[in-house]
Design a binder for this molecule. Sequence first.
Ligand code: CP
Length: 366
Amino acid sequence: MRHLLSITDLTVEELDGLLKTAANIEAHPEQYETALAGKKLATLFFEPSTRTRLSFEAAMYELGGHVIGFAGASASSAAKGESVKDTIRTVGCYADIIAMRHPLEGAPWAAVQSATVPVINAGDGGHHHPTQTLADLMTLKREKGRLDHLKLGLCGDLKFGRTVHSLIGALSRYPGNEFILISPRELRLPSGIADQMRDQGIPFREAESLEEEIGGLDALYMTRVQQERFFSVEEYLRLKDTYILDEEKMRLAPRDMIVLHPLPRVNEIAVQVDQDVRACYFKQVMYGKIMRKALILKLLSEKDAAPAPGPVLVTTGRQCRNPRCISSTEQGLTPLFRPVHTQMVQGVATRIPTKYLCAYCDMEQV
Ligand code: CP
């Protein structure tokens, strides 16, 4: 059975294959109208959503299938204390495939421990959002004509912005892409992701001024400061309007630069920018539905595939140090860690791990 927990669960060839399927769905939607007749998608949204949930549901209806689910943890037995693992095992009795959003990082990794049907991560805390990346890739492909050799500005909340983490996971595997990470110091990309980019030789640079960087970009990916992830209201209020893309800043941008945003936007793109032909964020919304159609078709067609071998996981006798990780909050989950052997001695990785990453949320343990 295939799941989609992280965008790296899909190879570059598979990403290209999904883009090809999506192009065919867009050109010939009538060919897919009954493709999933009799199948059911469950949308389990423990956290608010407009685009992701509704686009999954529209996608399933347009493929001839049915939808069940809930929008909000308070409408499910999670409100009575039911675990994610038990919820997923239960829903597997009713549905053929599950799309789940959860506020805790690593929740989909807990979900697959009891899953009997494919699980799609529709966003887990500030960690990953792989299906938004599918929408982003289709937008870049359509509007820039390529997914390689792009200079991409990622701007705003890079710490909690899960869409940014997933987008880097996809685009860093295409050749020639360069990332300009524009954020205040407090909202920089998590060090684990930056370290991984450094280890893999992915070109990137951290910056603080949008005005100074916008003139050299092929695409600008704006993000909202994620209020719901902050422990301090004062800190959120201080940082929330750090970047506002307006007509004046757009005058500094190349004529062929495109503006993306996963949405919802709060204040970080002035509404006047919507009239600019370079604003592509509402196209992204439409592409998201088409890519989700392609994804549901793929996962259901590979439902009986042998699982890919996963990484070696170990216990350390300790809990994950991330307070937002599901393994440190939900009972009955064994904390698991991925040993990383990065230190090279005479060109060979050391046998003793140099660090451990949480198998649920990826946070490095100290
Ligand atoms: N982009 C995105 O995930 O939007 P929603 O939160 O509305 O689903």
